[in-house]
Ligand binder design. Structure first.
Ligand code: FES
Ligand SMILES: [Fe+2]
Length: 340
């Protein structure tokens, strides 16, 4: 599935840039092959426009913010959050402005990021109640560009059979390759998958899991939000919850911005932030190494025997089935990809 060719995928929310990073000016971002500029408008909320001035086509992300308006760095033409041209500095004050407008996109600030949908969204952005729960702390874990397809990251997120192999240096047990069964409930936004798995618990992970036993359990409640976001809520027997939010934001075909947020119901004294970043960084580096070695095009053909490694309720197959249904239900004229 060549992501940028599927217009339907423009109708979903994706995490783009950190809100904190917008405080010092507009930032460029490439979303599904489109260059956009994101900035904080007069109301303090983020806004997203096409990154192209309608005067002499300079990138607006080269400009700056003046009183909540975006000023082009070439000749100073100025735009509001809707993309409307509101000032041409070379004009006399009483000269009527031409009705020029730069294309604008849906944009909202949530969970510390500016989320953008290029076309009218089909679903609201998923809620994370823990974000407003004082029992939880929020940690910005990762913000990296990966050379893989977003669907590759999503299918990996629900693939229990890779732990023993990809994660054999961290929490996976190579001697126990048979994966646990997932229970999957399909939902309007994707699906909800639950399972309990056994993991290795080396000393370096003891503060992360809240246990000093050599092995422990993860009770996993894993949501897939179509097409490329997920919420993995893990509870350890210690009572610690380790809740990961991912957006595999498609930059262009075969390239994603991997955004990962972590919520924990413990304190800095229980487990330092840097330890939580370092341990999950070791784990996600293992995923990255193998995912960047996959074919960047993602196969949508549900007849291929690609999930014979999973015992039942094959999440990757359901993902493909749901995405195909979605693309066809939106009158996508063509599902484009090497194997589609
Ligand atoms: S190109 Fe933007 S003001 Fe001239
Ligand atoms: Fe993994």
């Amino acid at each position: 599935m060549l992501t940028t060719k599927q217009k339907t995928l423009r109708k979903f929310w994706y995490a783009t840039v950190r809100l904190d990073d917008l405080k010092d000016g507009p930032k460029p971002f490439r979303l599904m092959g489109e260059d956009i500029v994101i900035f904080l408008g007069a109301d303090g909320e983020p806004a997203a426009l096409a990154d192209r001035c309608c005067h002499r086509t300079a990138k607006l992300s080269k400009g700056w913010i003046d009183d909540g308006k975006l000023v082009c760095g070439y000749h100073g033409w100025t735009y509001d959050s809707t993309g409307q041209l509101v000032r041409i500095p070379q004009f006399d004050p009483d000269t009527v402005l031409p009705k020029h407008k730069v294309e604008n996109f849906h944009c909202q600030g949530r969970y510390g990021y500016a989320w953008v949908a290029l076309d009218e969204p089909l679903q609201p952005l998923f809620d994370v109640p823990e974000d407003r729960d004082p029992a939880f702390r929020r940690i910005f874990q990762f913000y990296d560009q990966w050379d893989c397809a977003p669907l590759r990251l999503m299918e990996n997120s629900f693939d229990n059979a890779h732990f023993s192999f990809v994660h054999k240096q961290t929490f996976g047990d190579i001697k126990a390759p048979k994966p646990k069964k997932y229970e999957i409930q399909e939902t309007d936004y994707g699906f909800f998958a639950t399972t309990v798995i056994d993991i290795l618990n080396p000393p370096i992970a003891h503060q992360v899991t809240g246990s000093s036993d050599p092995t422990t359990e993860r009770n996993m409640r894993n949501h897939w939000y179509m097409p490329f976001c997920r919420r993995l809520d893990m509870t350890y027997p210690s009572g610690i919850r380790h809740l990961i939010i991912n957006s595999a934001t498609p930059i262009e075909d075969g390239k994603i911005q991997l955004v990962q947020l972590l919520y924990r119901n413990d304190t800095e004294a229980d487990c330092p932030t840097q330890k939580l970043i370092d341990w999950d960084a070791a784990i996600i580096a293992e995923d990255r190494d193998i995912l960047e070695a996959t074919n960047p095009d993602a196969i949508l053909d549900v007849s291929r025997k690609i999930e014979q490694h999973m015992p039942s309720d094959r999440p990757g197959m359901i993902m493909r089935k749901r995405l195909l249904e979605l693309l066809h239900s939106q009158d996508e004229e063509e599902v484009t990809g090497a194997y589609a």
